[in-house]
Design a protein. Structure first.
Length: 345
């Protein structure tokens, strides 16, 4: 619930900051010759979002159907090479695309993966989502609740992201279990398609009798594939973990267990988009321990988002945390599935 409350506050701040006026003289010429004048909202997942003064809502345009485009407002531009640039934008009839005017950089429209309005304030540049799900079974008097939220910020070379989740399951005459996570990521682009990342993770899992696992580390990553539809990344580095368990290493001995570890981290990330209607993401991280020989942890979290209406979507998430040799007598697996309704901003 703390994660959800924080996300709501950030949404309100971001929404109020976005009220700054933008130019309304952006021009778009479509492949069929239609000409539109108004405000370019951005490009994401192959959809160019545009709004004219006479429109009640944004319209979505297939990026492949745009013949010309011009805006005197500045945009953050992401290219398939991994470069992030900021400047005014123009797409010409010959297929070339310029960022920053005559003195800027020129590429082709196929290389443009993302366009985002360059806002005047930090708060206006934030993006995020909120999800919540609830179910109740009367036959066994079981309640399940899940909530999650995320927030992100991106500049030319630097990106920040934070996400959290909370799940609860219990019965009136039985045991209850809960799981809480918080993930913080700082990313810096070092050169095209290569980035460095500093990560901080917190995990509480009653299923594994884990009061708190704190993970701090750094890694180098590379975009293997980067288009408006697909992203594939690979990364590797090292982390330090501090673990506090509620169970002792020997059930006959009272007290809790504290463990400190140094681990490698190797991972793969995958994302696929079909415009805004389908969003599939999957992250796999493997942590071979350097201080406890033979111990390997694994974290896997695929998600599926299906758009229901404008910015409203259905979310399906599967999560798996595996520990080959936990330092206490606890479950090796922490596995679960959540269904929720979410909103993106």
């Amino acid at each position: 619930m703390r994660v959800l409350t924080l996300a709501v506050v950030l949404v309100a701040l971001a929404w109020s900051a976005r009220l700054e006026a933008k130019r309304k003289d952006d021009q778009i010429v479509l492949a069929n010759g239609d000409r539109l004048v108004g405000e370019i909202k951005g490009l994401q997942q192959g959809e160019l979002r545009f709004k004219a003064d006479y429109m009640l809502n944004d319209m979505s345009i297939d990026w492949r159907q745009v013949a010309e485009l011009r805006s005197f407002d500045e945009f953050h531009v992401r290219l398939s090479s991994g470069l992030h640039l900021t400047g005014t934008i123009e797409r010409r009839p010959d297929g070339s695309f310029s960022i920053g005017g005559a003195a800027g950089q020129t590429t082709t429209w196929q290389d443009v993966v993302l366009l985002d309005q360059a806002e005047a304030s930090f708060w206006a540049q934030l993006k995020g989502s909120i999800n919540s799900g609830f179910s109740y079974t009367s036959g066994i008097d079981q309640t399940q609740f899940s909530a999650s939220g995320s927030i992100s910020y991106a500049a030319d070379r630097y990106a920040f992201g934070a996400s959290g989740s909370s799940t609860f399951s219990g019965q009136s005459d039985g045991s209850t279990t809960s799981r809480n996570t918080l993930n913080i990521l700082n990313q810096l682009t070092l050169q095209p398609k290569v980035y460095g990342v500093a990560l901080t993770d917190f995990l509480n899992s009653e299923q594994q009798q884990l009061d708190l696992r704190t993970t701090l580390g750094a890694a180098l990553g590379r975009w293997l594939v980067l288009t408006d539809k697909t992203e594939v990344t690979a990364f590797g580095g090292a982390v330090y973990t501090h673990e506090e368990y509620s169970a002792p290493p020997d059930p006959s001995q009272p007290g809790s267990q504290v463990a400190n570890n140094v681990e490698l981290v190797l991972g793969l990330g995958f994302a696929y988009y079909h415009f805004k209607t389908v969003d599939v993401r999957s992250n796999l991280s493997v942590y071979p321990s350097l201080t406890t020989w033979g111990r390997v942890r694994l974290s896997y979290a695929p998600t599926l988002n299906l758009e229901i209406a404008r910015n409203l979507y259905w979310n399906f998430t599967l999560y798996e945390n595996y520990d080959s040799h936990p330092p206490v007598n606890a479950n090796k697996n922490d596995f679960g599935i959540t269904n929720s309704i979410g909103w993106k901003f």
